[in-house]
Design a protein around this ligand. Structure first.
Ligand SMILES: *[C@@H]1O[C@H](CO)[C@@H](O)[C@H](O)[C@H]1NC(C)=O
Ligand SMILES: *[C@@H]1O[C@H](CO)[C@@H](O)[C@H](O)[C@H]1NC(C)=O
Ligand SMILES: *[C@@H]1O[C@H](CO)[C@@H](O)[C@H](O)[C@H]1NC(C)=O
Length: 326
């Protein structure tokens, strides 16, 4: 704390910081870095080491996210997207983090195209949904869309009611961790793929999928897809879907009132470990060519939770929290 105050004071004296009216005094947890597959390939540190700025308007968010320099961008308050559906383009080496529990982008989302080392944390992203278009055919308005992004960490965000996907990770996006998020009240929650190549490596842990229809996630052509400690509730079409040549390792998760909770397409493989099902219907593909599936412990350490605890521990913990973006 002392060190961050001192360095912030030093920043305030520098001409660069004077030029930025939004320079901040401290951001205790803004330097936290990703676990899981996003911790490999040099790690995912976002704007760590760069300036800290605070934005209170959507226009300023757009401006800072497009800068070339590493930045920690604190989102303070509820920012309404203008125009509706706009996906704020993010350049490499950024941490975009909500202040307290109320940092939000409403009516729009984020887009990452051919960039690397980006952290999105502690944000609410919601409401581009078009009521007459449940299938999301008219607008490609996602919460977070990543095309060919590398080293991306999406953590403690809350997504609801977008026109297309809540999270769409496309075109060889690699070294990604998606953790501690709420994905809710939506048709197509979380899509991964849109590629013929089988290279993507992703960790998806401690998320709450609540009242979504499909894609929890739909994981197409992932080299390694590692899911653990996730809680799926009230899912009408399907839960985890390994498609194409995906290898899915799914561990210690809870499925409640889910149709087709775990499904493999014809070329996919699945290894599962202690999954709890309550009031589920349809398919459970728990061992599909499982000897082929990777061992996540060869890549990183992780802590598995007792799946029976997830319905009580996961919902209060996902999404923005008061002590992350301070
Ligand atoms: C799940 O979503 C439904 C519908 O939005 C909501 O009523 C319910 O409270 C949510 N459950 C939990 C545990 O948050
Ligand atoms: C289940 O999800 C649907 C949306 O898919 C929603 O309309 C319904 O209210 C949810 N039910 C409960 C009990 O939360
Ligand atoms: C399975 O993979 C092979 C080889 O890539 C491909 O030719 C075939 O179309 C795939 N089958 C299905 C059902 O996707």
């Amino acid at each position: 704390m002392l060190i961050s105050k001192l360095s912030a004071a030093a920043l305030l004296l520098s001409p660069v910081a004077l030029a930025a009216p939004t320079a901040e005094v401290s951001c205790a947890r803004c330097d936290e870095v990703a676990h899981g597959f996003a911790s490999l390939n040099g790690g995912t540190t976002g704007g760590k080491g760069g300036r800290i700025v605070t934005v209170t308007t959507h226009a300023d968010l757009v401006k800072y996210a497009a800068m070339e320099e590493p930045l920690i961008i604190r989102v303070d308050g509820v920012l309404t997207s203008e125009p509706k559906g706009f996906e704020v383009p993010i350049k490499s080496h950024k941490t975009i983090i909500g202040v307290g529990k109320t940092g939000a982008v409403v009516g729009g989302g984020f887009g990452i195209n051919n960039q690397k080392n980006i952290i999105l944390r502690n944000l609410e992203i919601r409401d581009t949904y078009i009521p007459e278009d449940y299938n999301g055919k008219s607008k490609d308005w996602d919460g977070i869309q990543v095309d060919t992004g590398v080293n991306i960490w999406i953590d403690h965000c809350k997504f609801a009611r977008m026109a297309d996907g809540l999270i769409d990770l496309r075109k060889d996006t690699d070294y990604v961790t998606v953790s501690n998020n709420l994905l809710s009240e939506h048709n197509k929650a979380f899509g991964i793929g849109w590629t013929e190549n089988v290279i993507s490596k992703m960790t998806i842990n401690d998320n709450f999928f609540n009242s979504t229809n499909q894609r929890g996630p739909s994981a197409d052509n992932l080299k390694y897809c590692h899911m653990f400690n996730n809680y799926h509730l009230n899912i009408t079409s399907y839960g985890n879907y390994a498609r194409g040549h995906t290898q899915l390792l799914v561990e210690n998760s809870y499925y409640e009132n889910v149709n087709d909770p775990v499904v493999a397409g014809p070329n996919a493989s699945i290894k599962s470990n202690w999954l709890k099902f309550k009031d589920c219907t349809g398919e459970k593909h728990l061992d599909v060519n499982s000897k082929k599936v990777f061992d996540a412990r060869k890549f990183y350490e992780y802590a598995l939770k007792d799946p029976y605890d997830l319905p009580t521990t996961i919902p209060p913990f996902v999404g923005p929290a008061p002590d992350i973006g301070i």
